[in-house]
Design a protein around this ligand. Structure first.
Ligand SMILES: NC(=O)c1ccc[n+]([C@@H]2O[C@H](COP(=O)([O-])OP(=O)(O)OC[C@H]3O[C@@H](n4cnc5c(N)ncnc54)[C@H](O)[C@@H]3O)[C@@H](O)[C@H]2O)c1
Length: 267
């Protein structure tokens, strides 16, 4: 189990995908708690605006490439004189259904999975030497369960969550603390508005949280030391049901898919 993190004062933190949405809210919250924060994203202008607004240091980079991740790690290390906490939050939701092109799968794989692997490769040697370091992955409830309509997202978010588990299992006893954030709907640019997406319209938009709610739950959960950060607590029940009665869980998801198909036909 990860060690609880009860104070953020002077923690040296990097948040990826922090020009907007959940990343920006997390960065803002951690700064308010006394952390020193570097924010990174490929949306240069929005990143600069967000960094100016919240008082973080911006580094613009594309973390879908090895060079991009390397440049963030080395520039952040210089700026902060070291990194204590890495929050790999950048993510993409690309492609729908079986016909999504390979390029959507490839982008999803590089951003949703390989960015975490590459960051860990660069961070772990120093962290293992000093015996501490904290690696946080923003996966998704889709990484514990699934998501209807977007196989590239479901598969790569399972990859992200699974990589976080592997890191925790492999290095937990050597001082590396790992967490996976697994929200359902959060109102950001990634989240579809009413009428934009048949899945969200059938499931309903009521349970969607604000990005600041995710930041709250992250801070609270890391203070307890749990691996899974679950802004929507019901995800724990769905995850338990998937584990204990997988066929029942699948049947429930199939019924939901049928409702979505019917809603599509009646439009
Ligand atoms: N919004 C939701 O409902 C929801 C639910 C579960 C998980 N998530 C996850 O939360 C994380 C944050 O998403 P969000 O909801 O704030 O959406 P968002 O689209 O507002 O934020 C994602 C950020 O990642 C950045 N990014 C994408 N590709 C990048 C790259 N190659 N290099 C650098 N930055 C890149 C984007 O520019 C963007 O600023 C993602 O990993 C997402 O999958 C979101």
């Amino acid at each position: 189990m990860p060690r609880p993190l009860t104070t953020w004062q002077d923690q040296r933190v990097v948040v990826t995908g922090a020009a907007r949405g959940i990343g920006a809210a997390v960065a803002e919250r951690l700064l308010s708690l006394g952390a020193r924060v570097v924010v990174t994203d490929l949306l240069e202008d929005q990143l600069r605006e967000t960094a100016d607004r919240i008082g973080a240091q911006p580094i613009s980079a594309d973390i879908s490439t090895e060079d991009g991740v390397r440049s963030v790690v080395s520039t952040a290390r210089e700026h902060l004189s070291g990194i204590d906490v890495w929050i790999g939050n950048a993510g993409v939701a690309r492609g729908a259904g079986l016909d999504a092109p390979d390029t959507d799968w490839e982008t999803s794989w590089s951003v949703n999975v390989m960015a975490h692997v590459r960051a860990a490769r660069l961070l772990l040697p120093e962290w293992l030497e000093r015996g501490s370091g904290r690696f946080v992955v923003t996966a998704s409830a889709a990484g514990l369960l699934t998501v209807l309509g977007q196989p590239s997202y479901a598969v790569t978010k399972h990859g992200a969550e699974s990589f976080a588990e592997w890191l925790a299992v492999t290095y937990g006893h050597r001082g590396i603390d790992v967490h996976a954030i697994c929200p359902q709907g959060v109102r950001t640019d990634m989240y579809p508005g009413p009428g934009d997406d048949p899945v969200a319209d059938v499931i309903g938009h009521d349970g969607a949280l604000e990005p600041a709610d995710v930041a709250d739950v992250l801070v609270r959960t890391l203070a307890t030391g749990d691996f899974l950060v679950l802004p929507h607590p019901e995800v724990k029940d769905y995850f338990a049901m998937r584990g204990t009665d997988t066929d029942k869980w699948l049947r429930g998801m199939q019924r939901l898919q049928e409702r979505i198909d019917e809603a599509g036909e009646s439009r």
